[in-house]
Design a binder for this molecule. Structure first.
Ligand code: DGL
Length: 276
C-alpha cells in the first residue's frame, strides 16, 4: 500500500455495488463503525451484475474505483458479491489503497462455524458459477463440502419490496428445497439482497441451519483492516457530511429504497455519468 494513505484517517470509505443491494453492507459499516464516513456508489444504470460476464464486471468495477479514488477515499469495500467474485483480485494489483470484498469474510466465517463440514451458498449466477466461495472456504477448511445454488429471482423480489410475500416464500421453497435434504448446517447469503430475506430464509431452512451474512462479516473485516493500517476515524471532521450517495440512474428510486433500510435518513442521491 502507498505510504501516503496512512495520513488519511478522516477520509471516507468508498463502498460500491451494482445498485441498492450494497446498502446492506453500508448499513453494517454504519452500525459497526459509526465514526467512519462513507461514499457509496450504486451502479443503478447497469444493474444487474449477476448475469454479466467477468470482463464486463471488471470494466465496470475499474470505472467505479477510479470515481471513488477521485473522491479521496481511504479504502474501498466492494459490496457486491458478483464484483467481489469477478473483479477484486484482478484489480487489487492496480490499487494504492486497501480494498476488500464481501466473499472472503463470509467464506471464512462459514468455514469456521460449520460443525458437519457441509455448507450451502446462494448467490447470483455469476457468483455461484465462479466457484469463488468454494475456493475461499477450502482455504480455511479443505475438507468442507460446498453446495451452491443461484437464486436470481430473489433480487427483483427484494427490489419490489416483497420481503414476506407468499410469492417470495414459494420461490424460496423451490430454490432451497435441495438444501433442505442435503444436510447443510451453514448457509451463506452470498448476494447483497439476501440479508433482507433473512427471516424468510430462516423460516424455510429451519433454526438448525446457521445463516451467514457476509455484510456483517465484511464490516468486521473492515474494522480490522483500518486498525492494521492506522486508518480508523473516531469522529468526523467538522462540516463534512457523514454519508454521500451517488448513482448512475434512478436517483429518486434509490433514495426511497435507501430510506427504507438504512438507520439514517438520506436527503439525496447524486446522479453521475460513470462512463465519462
Ligand atoms: N449486488 C449483486 C450481488 O451481490 C446482486 C444484484 C446484481 O445482480 O447486480 O451479487
Amino acid at each position: 500500500m502507498d505510504q501516503s494513505f496512512e495520513n488519511k484517517r478522516y477520509a471516507p470509505i468508498g463502498v460500491f455495488d451494482s445498485g441498492v443491494g450494497g446498502l446492506t453492507v453500508a448499513r453494517e459499516i454504519m452500525r459497526q463503525l459509526p465514526g467512519e464516513r462513507i461514499i457509496y456508489f450504486g451502479d443503478t444504470a447497469r444493474v444487474p451484475y449477476g448475469s454479466k460476464s467477468k470482463e464486463t464486471i471488471i470494466r465496470y468495477s475499474r470505472q467505479i474505483i477510479h470515481f471513488l479514488e477521485s473522491k479521496g477515499v481511504k479504502a474501498i469495500v466492494v459490496a457486491c458479491n458478483t464484483a467481489s467474485a469477478f473483479a477484486l483480485e484482478e484489480l487489487r494489483p492496480e490499487m494504492k489503497m486497501p480494498i476488500i470484498g464481501v466473499v472472503k469474510p463470509g467464506a471464512k466465517v462459514a468455514a469456521e462455524r460449520t460443525y458437519n463440514g457441509r455448507i450451502g451458498v446462494i448467490g447470483t449466477e455469476g457468483t455461484i458459477g465462479s466457484q469463488i466461495y468454494t475456493e475461499m472456504i477450502h482455504r480455511h477448511n479443505p475438507h468442507a463440502t460446498v453446495l451452491g445454488k443461484a437464486c436470481p429471482l430473489f433480487v427483483p423480489l427484494v427490489e419490489e419490496g416483497w420481503l414476506k410475500d407468499p410469492v417470495t416464500i414459494e420461490v424460496a421453497k423451490r430454490y432451497l428445497s435441495s438444501f433442505r435434504e442435503s444436510g447443510i448446517d451453514t448457509l451463506i447469503l452470498g448476494c447483497t439482497h439476501y440479508p433482507l430475506l433473512r427471516s424468510m430464509i430462516r423460516e424455510v431452512m429451519g433454526e438448525q441451519v446457521e445463516l451467514v451474512n457476509p455484510a456483517y462479516e465484511t464490516a468486521q473485516e473492515l474494522k480490522r483492516l483500518l486498525l492494521q493500517h492506522q486508518l480508523c476515524n473516531d469522529g468526523q471532521e467538522a462540516g463534512t457530511p457523514m454519508y454521500q450517495f451517488y448513482v448512475s440512474d434512478a436517483a429518486e428510486k434509490f433514495k426511497n429504497f435507501a430510506n427504507s433500510i438504512l438507520p439514517c435518513e438520506i436527503e439525496k442521491a447524486r446522479l453521475i455519468h460513470i462512463e465519462e
